[in-house]
Ligand binder design. Structure first.
Ligand SMILES: Cc1cc2nc3c(=O)[nH]c(=O)nc-3n(C[C@H](O)[C@H](O)[C@H](O)COP(=O)(O)OP(=O)(O)OC[C@H]3O[C@@H](n4cnc5c(N)ncnc54)[C@H](O)[C@@H]3O)c2cc1C
Length: 581
């Protein structure tokens, strides 16, 4: 049994920090122990630092001779791709075992954390390099009083020196059991890192407003942690807003400077692929098709220092050399997804209740609970915590309630401003005569074309999507169809030629929706007030990338509510801070 196993029993969650992932043996052993333990915590977080990850093949090979661990190694290896520097999150066991692999120089990976561990696995091979006070000091920033310490391969020849260094930092080493200790400094603890919440919110009832990708994903993340969640929507059925999009693309954003958006989108795409792989029917509700990104009027923009391992995310050229697609990027991990299918799958998780025809018009405090009511003052729902996941509606509702988060006059940080962006997707069933020039994978870069999507009446193609600020007089559908045709001409000229007549005559179907976009084009995720135990939270502003961002945002929100490890580096996560303007 892993040494951690004896102490997590009967705890709701357990957070382990391992300073060296190595071959992954300690993690797999811990995961295996968790599976076998009837008194295991509901949620096991395992955060591991790693300078250089092994390949998926090495991972499976290493465990081939361990019958108990081999199946776990195989499971993990399925998601083991594109491991570039930074944090990578893996949701295993339906999200109840959460591995966060932090690739990079150990000290900076330690400093990028934002949680307090229940237990630390300190690896000795690291010690030679990292026994420097800075490393141990940074480690203490991830400790609470009582954090358990296990030093791997403790040996007497360096035991004393290490023991001294550890005790200077506040660890007490058990003289009876060398290598086992506790963080229990003689001095008062002082945190130097910014932290909004170190105590987890009690796990109770949560009301989530909005049953789109944002709200449903938040609900699924919270019920995994034991919350009872009611998701309310003004519409009768879920996915009535932008998330009713018939089909959308999930594809990493790439920029030559690997900007915040690019890094967040990769983290989000990884999490989304894990979720759809688990919850949706492949080739029916989603497909790992890959996506080709045309570089319209520009040069390919892979970052100059794109490491070889990153090539698994995106690479120059395209997989079918005979197709004349021009220059561009091939994203092998890109996929198409039907968002409504995913929303419904999330809402069907045990612990989630969907409440339709429930337009929230007011939220007010009564004792320890929040009361949500409609425009007639009728009670809709009561809960200890509320998440606003109703896209633009969240900003409107907060405005109507005069919430300080929307006060732009004072000096307090507030929510960034939002804008609604209208979009129309043109689509039709495939006709035999039209098939020429279609690619077997979606193409994006100037809008996007997705083909061969199964629908009730046969296979269909989708070309989208027009883009127009809600503040302008709305263009006609036909005008939007023609704009989509313009984009198609740039993406795939032969296909545009084939479909020209259908576009010109308007013999097409249209799906319309509104994206909620904030000023800096990044989602807003976090508490709406700066108290110790915030009751109001927001997850909105997913813009044109709800499929890339929804799982990441939900994981971040749930991590912040539960004082758990964050899914991305603290600095990156803070760029999504709700009150940031
Ligand atoms: C044309 C178009 C094409 C797109 N293509 C892509 C794509 O290819 N890839 C991609 O990743 N993203 C795409 N998007 C973006 C994606 O659809 C959104 O980012 C995502 O759906 C937003 O999810 P959400 O849950 O935040 O908002 P929504 O899905 O809009 O959900 C908000 C919900 O809140 C409800 N609501 C509002 N006010 C209240 C209230 N007061 N009380 C109760 N309920 C309320 C609404 O009824 C709605 O169901 C596209 C969007 C559009 C419009």
């Amino acid at each position: 049994m892993s040494p951690q196993g004896h102490h997590w029993q009967k705890q709701p969650s357990w957070r382990i920090l391992d300073t060296q992932f190595g071959a992954g043996d300690i993690f797999l052993d811990t995961w295996h122990t968790w599976r076998e333990d009837a008194d295991r915590p509901r949620l096991l977080h395992y955060v591991a630092l790693c300078e250089q990850p092994s390949s998926a093949t090495e991972l499976t090979k290493y465990f081939a001779n361990h019958p108990e661990l081999a199946p776990l190694g195989v499971q993990l290896s399925r998601h083991w791709f594109g491991l570039m520097p930074g944090f990578h999150r893996f949701l295993l066991e339906q999200g109840q075992v959460v591995l966060t692999l932090c690739i990079g120089e150990p000290l900076s990976m330690l400093r990028a954390q934002q949680f307090e561990a229940d237990a630390i696995e300190l690896a000795l091979p690291d010690i030679g390099k990292n026994v420097q006070p800075w490393f141990l000091k940074a480690l203490t920033q991830c400790c609470r009083r009582g954090t358990r310490l296990v030093v791997r391969h403790w040996a007497t020849d360096y035991g004393n020196e290490l023991s001294n260094a550890l005790s200077q930092c506040g660890f007490k080493i058990n003289p009876e059991v060398p290598g086992i200790g506790l963080f229990d400094p003689a001095w008062q603890l002082k945190k130097t890192r910014p932290t909004t919440l170190t105590l987890p919110l009690p796990i109770q009832r949560c009301a989530v407003i909005g049953a789109g990708l944002a709200g449903a994903s938040v609900a699924a993340s919270l019920v995994r942690r034991g919350w009872q969640v009611t998701v309310l929507d003004q519409a009768e059925a879920p996915a009535a807003g932008a998330s009713g999009l018939p089909v959308g693309l999930v594809v990493p954003h790439v920029s030559s400077d690997d900007c915040t958006l690019s890094r967040l989108s990769r983290a989000g795409v990884r999490l989304m692929l894990q979720q759809v792989g688990e919850l949706l029917k492949e080739n029916q509700d989603w497909a790992p098709s890959g996506v080709f990104e045309r570089q319209i009027g520009g040069t390919p923009k892979l970052p100059s220092n794109w490491p070889a391992a990153g090539g698994q995310w995106s690479m120059q050229g395209h997989p079918e050399g005979h197709l004349d697609l021009g220059c561009g990027l091939w994203h092998p991990k890109g996929a198409w997804i039907k968002p409504a299918a995913l929303v419904n799958a999330w809402l069907n998780q045990p612990g989630v209740t969907f409440q339709g025809n429930a337009r929230v018009a007011d939220v007010c405090r009564q004792g320890n609970t929040w009361v949500l009511s409609d425009a007639q003052g009728e009670l809709l729902c009561e809960a200890e915590c509320v998440v606003f996941s109703n896209a633009s509606g969240a900003f409107d509702l907060l405005q109507k309630m005069k919430h300080p988060a929307l006060d732009t006059q004072g000096s307090e940080p507030h929510l960034p401003s939002k804008q609604g962006m209208l979009g129309l997707l043109s689509w039709a069933l495939h006709a035999e005569s039209e098939k020429t020039g279609f690619t077997p994978f979606p193409v994006n870069g100037s809008g996007s074309i997705v083909t061969g999507i199964p629908t009730e009446n046969g296979q269909a193609w989708f070309m989208g999507s027009s883009y127009q600020p809600e503040s302008q007089p709305e263009r006609s559908d036909q005008e939007n169809h023609l704009r989509n045709l313009d984009h198609l001409e740039q993406l795939l000229p032969p296909v545009a030629q084939n479909l020209n007549e259908a576009f010109q005559t308007g013999a097409l179907q249209a799906w319309k929706g509104t994206r909620c976009i904030v000023a800096d084009r990044l989602p807003v995720v976090g508490p709406l007030d700066a108290t110790d135990q915030p009751g109001w939270w927001i997850c909105a502003g997913l813009g044109s990338r709800g499929l890339s961002f929804s799982v990441l945002c939900a994981e971040l929100l749930a991590a912040r509510m539960g004082a758990e490890p964050w899914p991305v580096e603290a600095k990156l996560a803070r760029s999504l801070e709700a009150l940031r303007a």
